[in-house]
Design a protein around this ligand. Structure first.
Ligand code: TQI
Ligand code: ZN
Ligand code: ZN
Length: 169
């Protein structure tokens, strides 16, 4: 079953359009940015929320970046595997990915791909759930279930995720 953060933080009811921006120093490719478009779509399909990219990083509601090790927010990353990413609950909107992971961005887990490969879209859909106010779920099929096997792709919301997000928005 789905859960929320303590005190149920959420984006305010009058604010259905959320802007997002990428850390300019990361110089992310269009392929990576396109993965975020798809990940946001999973949630906008089932809520009144819309997500629009903006160029002004400092004014965006949701700020996305890749960082290694200590990056100044008291939650350092730990290299390959372990922590993959973290997101802050509303109204903070920071979404950080561990730059040292072997991120898979082509959706292909071929034989022989490294055991440490992590599917970026799967992690992005999960972290956006946190950004919007969802905690973890006890339902194994749910995007918000707290573990995923390395080399696995899980990008479709389960009914449990949909019921949770629709209770908030
Ligand atoms: N990062 C954890 C996560 O996002 C951070 C975390 C730990 C957390 N406890 C929390 C966030 C409680 C909110 C509330 O869950 S992670 C997965 C999964 C991680 C893990 O790097 O371990 C995914 C990030 F579910 F697969 F294990 C993304 Cl998809
Ligand atoms: Zn961080
Ligand atoms: Zn999580």
């Amino acid at each position: 079953h789905y859960s929320f953060f303590p005190n149920r933080p959420r984006w305010p009811p009058g604010k259905s359009q959320l802007t997002y921006a990428f850390e300019p120093e990361n110089q992310l490719s269009d392929v990576v940015k396109g993965i975020f478009v798809k990940a946001f779509e999973r949630w906008s399909e089932v809520t009144p929320l819309t997500f629009v990219e903006t160029a002004t990083f400092n004014r965006a509601d949701l700020r996305i970046g890749f960082f290694s090790g200590d990056h100044g927010d008291g939650e350092p990353f730990d290299g390959v595997l372990g922590t993959l990413a973290h997101a802050f609950s509303p109204p903070v909107g920071r979404l950080h990915f561990d730059g040292e992971e072997n991120w898979v961005t082509d959706g292909n887990f071929m034989n022989g791909s490294p055991r440490s490969a992590v599917d970026l879209e799967s992690v992005a859909v999960h972290e956006i759930g946190h950004l919007l106010g969802l905690g973890h779920s006890s339902v194994e099929e749910a995007i918000m279930y707290p573990t995923i096997s390395s080399g696995t792709r899980k990008v479709e919301l389960a009914n449990d995720d949909i019921m949770g997000i629709q209770e908030l928005y």
